[in-house]
Design a binder for this molecule. Structure first.
Ligand code: ARG
Length: 463
């Protein structure tokens, strides 16, 4: 067995000189990857159980190793473990400690594996549980948003395109749009797990191993669907990292869009929503100010997530297959993006609980900009057998007329309307009612109050 003096690197028999301090500083990843300790220990325990089952190590050695690993896990979780940069990463730190605890028999732990397959097994497992935490936070947001939607089914607001008044909508419908977005994010994160769900352990350095290992056993015990199929691809693959970073970017981008939207709605010009004092900040000079800083924080954080995604893509670009040190930074990017997202999701949920609509102002704004013009065009099609294009032109004439007279559509006299379209009768005036307009949008997915109520019920029932 190779010598394993405790203060020396594992490879000290081959590499005689101590690594330069500078290299130790840049080459060590322990400050980052110590976060993988639980996964690493679980992976090692299952690995040695498999080695024993396959008669590669003895019962006694297996038990000793597991005893040592469990002791290490306790020490780390109680903050009693001293990580050492000299041993580079979490894998070597644990292995080194195992030697201290159980002696030379620790040397059997690394039979038929390499850090190359070990590190990605750990990271895949970590991403799986991180995904659960993301989903948990997304669920909270979905719940808060449905609550807001429920309270605002009949709150009328202007729907915008190009930020110009387009058609009246229900604020409840708007909030339910957010629900769709976050449900889709959940699906995205979950879909990643489908692809990631192959266990790398046993690919070893890059070519597999000559030991008679049972990869299906370890894969199964570690909660994966199957072992990976090709050892070279296994140690080269970081697509699962990119998928995770992309999904985080996507979700952050969604939060950023909504944050921007709420910032606009909160501006004095729009004044559509109120943010409670819990989620605004003041100004050091302007005493009257209540600024939506937290929303701005959320809007900005997407840049951070995109940056990490692009860093990872750039690290991998042009990298030949198998393992290279370049890839070590994947964990820094994953952890940073994840922490930032979890934080953003929490902040965003807090904002959702502290936002309320200025209903009167919403209605007032919805009642401007000839917002029911499309309803009038639709009415002409349905009641006066016009083609939509013809009805569109007639309506545009009516809008021009109202604009010239500085009147709203609903304030036009039937005589004035008749001058432009003689077929019109008094009945048309109900078309300019905002609530009628909204409730006419009964097509599946449309904004009618009934539609929204049904959707809310559906989501409350089956989540
Ligand atoms: N700490 C390394 C990483 O995260 C583990 C794999 C090291 N493998 C190697 N051949 N140097 O990438």
């Amino acid at each position: 067995m190779a010598k394993n003096k405790n203060n020396q690197a594992i490879w000290s028999t081959r590499i005689k000189k101590k690594a330069s301090t500078l290299f130790e500083k840049v080459g060590s990843s322990i400050d980052v990857d110590k976060r993988l300790y639980k996964e690493d220990i679980l992976g090692s325990i299952v690995h040695v159980e498999m080695l024993f089952k396959q008669k590669i190590i003895s019962f006694k050695i297996k038990n000793k190793i597991i005893y040592g690993l469990q002791k290490i896990e306790k020490e780390i979780s109680k903050n009693n473990f001293e990580f050492d940069k000299k041993y580079e990463d979490i894998h070597m730190n644990i292995e080194k400690k195992l030697f201290q605890i159980i002696g030379d028999e620790a040397g059997y732990i690394h039979t038929a594996r390499s850090r190359n397959d070990q590190v990605i097994t750990d990271l895949k497992m970590w991403i799986k549980s991180a995904t659960q935490e993301v989903n948990h936070n997304l669920d909270k947001i979905i719940k808060s948003t449905i609550k807001l939607a429920e309270k605002n089914v009949e709150t009328i607001m202007p729907g915008f395109t190009h930020l110009k008044n387009a058609q009246p909508i229900s604020l409840g419908h708007y909030f339910m749009a957010y629900v769709e977005i976050f449900k889709r994010d959940k699906k995205k994160f979950n879909n990643n797990i489908e692809i990631l769900n192959e266990c790398p352990l046993g690919a070893a350095a890059l070519s597999g191993t000559s030991f008679n290992i049972d990869r299906h056993y370890t894969s199964n015990k570690l909660g994966f669907k199957n072992p990976t199929n090709n050892s070279i691809d296994t140690v080269s693959d970081r697509d699962f990292v990119l998928d995770f970073l992309f999904s985080i970017s996507l979700c952050s981008m969604h939060i950023s869009r909504i944050a921007e939207e709420l910032i606009i709605w909160n501006s004095d010009g729009f004044n559509l929503i109120q943010l409670s004092d819990k989620v605004v900040t003041g100004s050091s000079i302007m005493p009257q100010k209540k600024n939506p800083d937290l929303l701005e924080y959320l809007r900005g954080k997407s840049g951070f997530a995109f940056g990490n995604l692009f860093s990872m893509l750039t690290i991998l670009k042009g990298l030949p297959l198998s393992y290279f040190k370049d890839m070590q930074d994947d964990k820094t990017l994953v952890f940073k993006s994840y922490d930032t997202l979890i934080n953003s999701l929490k902040v965003f949920n807090e904002i959702l609980k502290n936002v309320s609509p200025n209903k009167e102002r919403m209605f007032e704004l919805a009642d401007t900009g000839f917002i029911t013009a499309t309803d009038l065009a639709d009415y002409l099609v349905k009641n006066h057998s016009m083609s939509f294009r013809k009805a569109y032109q007639k309506t545009a004439e009516i809008v021009n007329f109202a604009e010239k007279k500085r009147k709203k559509l609903k304030d036009l006299k039937i005589e004035e309307l008749k001058k432009i379209e003689p077929k019109l009768t008094k009945e048309v005036l109900k078309i300019f009612n905002l609530k009628n307009s909204i409730n006419s949008k009964k097509s599946y997915g449309g904004t009618s109050f009934e539609n929204i109520k049904k959707m809310i019920m559906k989501y409350k029932r089956n989540k």
